[in-house]
Design a protein around this ligand. Structure first.
Ligand SMILES: Cc1ncc(COP(=O)(O)O)c(C=O)c1O
Length: 405
């Protein structure tokens, strides 16, 4: 009999999930007494590790003090402070922050903002949104349409129209689209480092050229930093790692390290100017839990920890160790290739490895106490930024053993 909980991204007929009972630091325990090192930060989100009482206490204190919405006419100090902290860490000077509860909500918000900006500028027919193959942008209506992982788009009926896909590596594909339809393109959405699609850092110049094309055509560039943000790529935002400024940044996950649901969109000053220029314009968008004080309190405490513990720099150290370990496996013939930056990495298994074999290797690693993510022919890692060198070495050892068995 399957469980009463319908699990996300799972076969509804499946039974036999691993039942977790405790999380602490970078470790988890299940009800069968097994211990796991989490080299995936849960679902690419836990920067500061589990059991951080500072965040738990901040959330509890906030809920006991004030819990109210921020729809007009209401405001509160903690939601405003979270927005200001995030805006100040971002590369977008003079930006403002819209808050929601997930990456999917942030993507659908950015999608609507891109089209609304075109509308406000007197170009209501500028509706095309560009996605990259392999991109993952969540599962809401716009995000499903914007994502470049085909199976996630299939059999849900008609999706949002006017979405066009470009090659994720060959920038000339986007150049051709812009040359033909630039004046109809409202925006381009791209993860700076594609995560769920398999951990693909951008090819050199890809993001910079996208920026140039958007500038020339008057289109908005949206960086989906739901995974990349909050230190993951070795800077607060990947926009800084790759030195390309988008118009909108979507974020979630690492914003609270998952202690509370929080997502959002950072709007550049130019986008804010468009919104603010007409005092009568009403931003007719928002979620009941936008700016939820508990999520805001979690974000502030989480950012405090990342700053105090130097976790953005730690991401780069983690990267050096992962890259060295995975490259050694390439040298030993256990892997075909290595991809990554900062603290997000993937090892590609030898040519011809089927997805089922990747899953079998992942299962072997789980049985030996290490959590990673199988994606096609690759194993992906996105560890908490508090992971020690010893734990990284254990992760890599368990991986190497699992591949050779
Ligand atoms: C880049 C990116 N965008 C959006 C999302 C969707 O976020 P959520 O699952 O919080 O809705 C994800 C989730 O993995 C993501 O990786």
């Amino acid at each position: 009999m399957p469980p009463r909980l319908l699990h996300p991204f799972a076969k509804p007929a499946k039974d036999g999930f691993r039942n977790l009972v405790k999380s602490e630091g970078v470790r988890l325990w299940d009800d069968a007494g097994n211990e796991y090192i989490d080299a995936l930060g849960s679902l690419w989100y836990c920067q500061v590790g589990y059991g951080q009482t500072e965040i738990v206490d901040a959330v509890a204190k906030q809920l006991g003090t004030l819990n109210y919405n921020v729809f007009d006419p209401w405001a509160n100090g903690v939601s405003e402070e979270a927005a200001a902290r995030i805006a100040d860490l971002s590369p977008l000077d003079g930006s403002r922050v819209f808050l929601c509860c997930s990456g999917s909500e942030s993507v659908d918000t950015a999608f609507k903002i891109a089209r609304k900006v075109a509308h406000l500028k007197g170009e209501p027919d500028r509706q095309i949104m560009v996605r990259r193959t392999r991109g993952y942008h969540g599962v809401n209506a716009a995000g499903t349409s914007l994502q470049g992982i085909a199976p996630n788009r299939e059999d849900w009926g008609d999706l949002v129209p006017h979405v066009v896909e470009v090659d994720p590596d060959d920038i000339e594909s986007a150049a051709k689209l812009f040359a033909e339809h630039g004046d109809q393109i409202a925006g381009v959405i791209s993860e700076p480092v594609q995560g769920a699609g398999g951990v693909f850092p951008p090819s050199p110049e890809y993001l910079r050229r996208l920026r140039e094309m958007c500038d020339k055509a008057g289109s908005l560039l949206i960086f989906d930093e739901v995974i990349c943000g909050f230190g993951r790529t070795g800077s607060w935002f990947a926009s800084q790692t790759y030195d390309v400024q988008p118009d909108l940044i979507t974020f979630a996950k690492g914003a609270t390290s998952g202690y509370q649901p929080l997502g959002g969109v950072i709007l550049s000053r130019a986008v804010c100017d468009t919104f603010e220029s007409d005092p009568e314009f009403l931003f007719r968008h928002g979620y009941t839990y936008s700016g939820h004080p508990a999520s805001a309190a979690a974000a502030i405490a989480n950012i405090d920890i990342i700053e105090r513990e130097g976790l953005v720099d730690r991401a780069n150290e983690i990267g050096v160790r992962f890259e060295a370990g995975l490259s050694a496996m390439v040298g030993d013939g256990l892997l075909n290739a290595v991809r990554g930056v900062g603290a997000i990495w993937a090892g590609q298994l030898p040519e011809g490895t089927e997805p089922a074999q990747t899953i079998a290797i992942r299962d072997n690693m789980l049985d030996n106490g290490v959590i990673c993510r199988p994606i096609g022919d690759s194993l992906a890692f996105c560890p908490p930024l508090v992971m020690t060198d010893d734990d990284i070495d254990t992760v890599l050892d368990v991986m190497a053993t699992a591949i050779t068995h």
